[in-house]
Design a protein around this ligand. Structure first.
Ligand code: ADP
Ligand code: MG
Length: 265
């Protein structure tokens, strides 16, 4: 293995993520309504909430896929959102957005793999595109990461030849290829047949114990109880309550949380 590949595999410093008074709206629809959240390095945060409560938007704002109207987001103390300076919005350049986004992994519900690329090329694509690694080193890195998610024997396959659980594991390996300080998961197991959920949760569990900062939107309450340092319940674009699983899941204080949990448990 080359020195560059080894370097690309070394442990990454886990990131902090902070949202300060984040508001996002479409027309008159307030999708995020003043969200404050501070995630410590290595913390595993599970975000719960009913459909339409703003969970995906919250992750998308962190990853620059959406811009907040008010408030700001920072990763490791570096501003990545938009903030009001007096009445003026401060916009980040496209270039700084791309740099910051490359430090954040994002795993989608529907995998979003490149259908025309093999598995190993899917994982190698970003380090090559961002100029971090040459093609041979990126392929070496991709093979190593695919081994870690149990897919060493599938590197030459195309996404359509894999099960949903395997595709999602590729998506996780792809997210790891840029050595992100934080990984965002948006309902990573909701599109899977029930018998394939476990293999994906097992990979996420490994990441959780490796000290990476994780924000995970999921309805898997048992999994949340097992791995979360903190559970955040969101409804109507607001954080209703948050705390350790033993508090939020077992002794929720608010009716809305109790009502939600009674439906998903
Ligand atoms: P969740 O992930 O919790 O189900 P979302 O964050 O996807 O919720 O969406 C929250 C609300 O914002 C929903 O009512 C949704 O219809 C609305 N919404 C999301 N994206 C857009 C958009 N691009 N334009 C208009 N409304 C949107
Ligand atoms: Mg969603």
């Amino acid at each position: 293995m080359t020195a560059k590949t080894r370097e690309a595999l070394a442990d990454v410093d886990a990131a902090t993520v902070e949202l300060h008074d984040v508001h996002k709206w479409y027309g008159t629809h307030r999708v995020l309504d003043g969200v404050d959240l501070a995630v410590r390095p290595g913390e595993v945060t599970v975000i719960l909430g009913p459909s339409g409560s703003g969970k995906s938007t919250l992750l998308r704002v962190i990853n620059h896929l959406e811009k907040p109207e008010i408030g700001h987001v920072s990763i490791n103390g570096e501003l990545i959102g938009v903030r009001r300076q007096g009445d003026r919005l401060k916009e980040l350049s496209e270039r700084s957005i791309l740099i910051q986004r490359s430090r954040i992994g994002f795993v989608f519900q529907n995998f979003n793999l490149f259908p025309h690329l093999t598995i190993v090329d899917n994982v190698a694509a970003a380090p090559v595109a961002t100029g971090k690694l040459g093609k041979p080193e990126a392929l070496e890195l991709a093979r190593e990461l695919l081994g870690r998610v149990g897919l060493a024997d599938k590197t030459g396959a195309y996404p359509r030849q894999l099960s949903g659980g395997q595709q999602q594991r590729v998506a996780i390996a792809r997210a790891l290829a840029l050595r992100p300080g934080v990984i965002l998961f948006d309902e990573p197991t909701s599109a899977l047949d029930p018998e394939l959920v476990g293999e994906v949760l097992a990979v996420i569990r490994d990441l959780a114990t490796s000290g990476t900062t994780l924000l995970i939107v999921t309805h898997e309450i048992g999994f949340a109880r097992e791995i979360a340092d903190r559970v955040v319940f969101i409804d109507g674009g607001k954080i209703i309550e948050q705390g350790p699983p033993s508090a939020v899941l077992d002794k929720p204080r608010y009716e809305r949380t109790k009502d939600f949990l009674s439906k998903v448990l």
